[in-house]
Design a protein around this ligand. Sequence first.
Ligand code: FES
Length: 107
Amino acid sequence: MSRPQRHVFVCAQQRPPEHPRGSCAGKGGTAVLQAFWAELQKHKAHDTIAVTYSGCLGPCDGGTNVLVYPEAVLYSGVTQDDVAEIFERHLLGGEPLARLVAPGEAW
Ligand code: FES
């Protein structure tokens, strides 16, 4: 396995619906994760990009949260409809998608 140039962590944390912090899975995180995997397949980018599900990344209120390294860019409020744009603009093109970057106080 080659070392990826970018590594994406998609929060797929689940909590009971009544939990006060909510969860990214409760806000569509699983669909977001599947959309990233689909983009990975579509672009045949397995050698350069890794997509991994994660537990809670911290700022649950803003979920679904997605963290991209090595830039340490946190995206919040991500839906499955945003994934292709993040993938093409940031993961392949190197330019973070400003409209979805989490506010400074969240990260
Ligand atoms: S549950 Fe996703 S950031 Fe906490």
